[in-house]
Design a protein around this ligand. Structure first.
Ligand code: HAM
Length: 421
C-alpha cells in the first residue's frame, strides 16, 4: 500500500463543497475589488526565496522543499506566493504598464513544518498583491478587502491585528536596541531564542516561552520615524471611517523579512494554536531587491485549510454541490438504453446534474445507487414504459412516483426540482 506524504491531504467527496465555497467567493470578490488572477509556476529558483523571504527566516532556514533538478539547478517548491508574483511582475515588464496593478492567486504552497491540525506541508493560499501605491489608502483597501472576504465566506469570529514595522532605518535602530536589551538576559533565554538572538532578533518577540522578556522589551513604536508613523495613523483613521474593527498589536512582527510599515494578521478564535487565518503587509523594498525599480507594494495571503476549519467551527451553512439531482435507471434492451442516453444528454443540456446508470445492474441495485449518490429524483425506464411512450419518475425524498410522457419529461423534471429546492 502506498501512503500520501506526511503533511499532505487528499480532498474529495463532500469535503469539496467547502473548498468550492471558499474558492468561488475568493474569485468573485477579487474581481469585484479590481484584482485579476495571476498563475505562476509551483517551483522557482531557490535564490528567489532566499533573497526575498530572507536568509535568516524559519522558512528559508528550515522549511523549504529544495532539490537539484536533472540540469543541476537548485529549485524550490514555493513556500509562499509573494516572491513568485513579484518575480513575474518584474520579468514580464509589467512595471511599465501603469499603476496600480492588482493581482490575486489561489494555489498550493509547500513548507516542511511539523504537521498538526491547520498546519500542513502542502497547504493552499488565497492571496492578493497590490503594486504601485505608497498611500495608506491602499493598505486600508487591502484590509477592507480581507475583512469583506472573510465575512462573505460566513465568518464572524475573527480579529484583525495590525502593527507598523516602520521604515528600514527605523527597524535597524530598533533591532540594535533589542539586541542591547536581550544581551543582558541571554543566559536565561530558551535555546530557540539564543539562535534568534544571533539570526533574527525581531523574532524574539514572538517566542511562546520567553514571554516575560518580550513584555519588558523596548517597544518598536518608540523607534518609528515621522513618515511611517503618519502612514500608520492615516491607515487607522481610514479603517475607523470604514467601520472595520481591529486590534493594535505592537508585538506583531510577521515571519518574513520583506515587510516594512504596515503588517497585519487575522486570527480566528476557534482554531486553537494555528489561529492565523490570514497575514500580510507592505513590502516597499522587495521589487527593487528582486531587480526591478523602486515600486511600493503590499499584499496578503489566507490559508485555505484554516478557512475551511473556521467555516466548520462556526457551522457556516455552505451550499451543497450539485453532484446528482437526477439518476436515470434503465432496464431492458438497446432501445431502452438509447432512450436513457438521449434523456441524460437532454437534461444536461438544460443544466440539470444527471447520473446515468453505467453498470448495467438490476433495478434494485440501481435504486440503491441512486439513493447513495443523493439523487433527488430517479427516472425509471423499462420496456413497458417505452411501449407506452412514458417514463416513471420517483421522488427520492417522499417515495412518490409519477408517470410522464417522454416528450414532457424534461420540463416535468425541471418543475419537480424547482418545487423541491
Ligand atoms: P504567511 O503568514 O506566511 O504569509 O502565510 C499566510 C497564511 O497562510 C497564514 O496566515 C496561514 O493561514 C497560512 N499558512 C501558512 N503556513 C501554513 C501551513 N504550513 N499550513 C497551513 N496553512 C499555512 C505569507 O505567506 C505572505 N506571502 C503573505 C503576503 C502576501 N504578504 C504580502 N503579500
Amino acid at each position: 500500500m502506498y501512503q500520501k506524504i506526511k503533511g499532505t491531504e487528499d480532498l474529495y467527496g463532500q469535503e469539496m463543497k467547502f473548498w468550492y465555497w471558499v474558492e468561488e467567493k475568493a474569485r468573485k470578490l477579487s474581481l469585484l475589488y479590481g484584482f485579476t488572477e495571476i498563475r505562476t509556476p509551483i517551483f522557482e529558483e531557490t535564490k528567489l526565496f532566499v533573497r526575498s523571504v530572507g536568509q535568516d527566516t524559519d522558512i528559508v532556514q528550515k522549511e523549504m522543499y529544495t532539490f537539484e533538478d536533472k540540469g543541476g539547478r537548485s529549485i524550490t517548491l514555493r513556500p509562499e506566493g509573494t516572491a513568485p508574483v513579484v518575480r513575474a511582475f518584474v520579468e514580464n515588464g509589467l512595471i511599465t504598464v501603469g499603476f496600480p496593478q492588482k493581482y490575486f492567486y489561489i494555489g498550493p504552497m509547500f513548507r516542511y513544518e511539523r504537521p498538526q491540525s491547520g498546519r500542513q506541508r502542502q497547504f493552499h493560499q488565497f492571496g492578493a498583491e497590490i503594486f504601485g501605491s505608497p498611500s495608506p489608502l491602499a493598505d486600508a483597501e487591502l484590509i477592507i478587502f480581507v475583512n469583506d472576504f472573510l465575512k462573505e465566506i460566513g465568518l464572524v469570529d475573527f480579529e484583525i491585528h495590525i502593527n507598523t514595522l516602520g521604515d528600514t532605518e527605523d527597524r535597524a535602530k530598533y533591532k540594535e536596541a533589542l539586541k542591547e536589551y536581550y544581551s543582558q538576559h541571554l543566559d536565561n533565554l530558551c535555546n530557540d531564542c539564543k539562535i534568534r538572538y544571533e539570526r533574527n532578533v525581531l523574532r524574539l518577540l514572538d517566542c511562546k516561552v520567553d514571554v516575560e522578556y518580550a513584555k519588558n522589551a523596548p517597544k518598536l513604536i518608540d523607534y518609528i520615524g515621522e513618515n511611517a508613523r503618519k502612514h500608520y495613523e492615516e491607515l487607522k483613521e481610514l479603517l475607523d471611517t470604514a467601520g472595520i474593527r481591529y486590534i493594535e498589536d505592537p508585538r506583531l512582527v510577521r515571519g518574513l523579512d520583506y515587510y516594512n510599515r504596515t503588517v497585519f494578521e487575522v486570527h480566528h478564535h476557534k482554531l486553537g494554536a494555528m489561529s492565523a487565518i490570514a497575514g500580510g503587509g507592505r513590502y516597499d523594498g522587495l521589487i527593487k531587491e528582486i531587480g526591478g525599480k523602486d515600486v511600493p507594494a503590499l499584499g496578503f495571503a489566507a490559508g485555505m485549510e484554516r478557512l475551511v476549519l473556521a467555516i466548520k467551527a462556526e457551522n457556516v451553512e455552505v451550499e451543497d454541490m450539485r453532484i446528482n439531482e437526477v439518476y436515470i435507471a434503465h432496464f431492458g434492451g438497446s432501445e431502452v438504453r438509447n432512450v436513457a442516453f438521449k434523456l441524460a444528454q437532454q437534461l444536461r443540456d438544460e443544466g440539470i446534474a444527471v447520473n446515468l446508470e453505467i453498470m448495467e445492474r438490476g433495478l434494485g441495485a440501481q435504486l440503491k445507487n441512486a439513493a447513495r449518490t443523493g439523487a433527488k429524483l430517479c427516472v425509471l425506464i423499462g420496456e413497458n414504459e417505452i411501449e407506452k411512450n412514458v417514463v416513471m419518475i420517483k421522488n427520492m425524498e417522499t417515495g412518490e412516483q409519477f408517470e410522464f410522457e417522454i416528450n414532457f419529461v424534461a420540463s416535468g423534471i425541471k418543475d419537480m426540482l424547482e418545487d423541491m429546492r
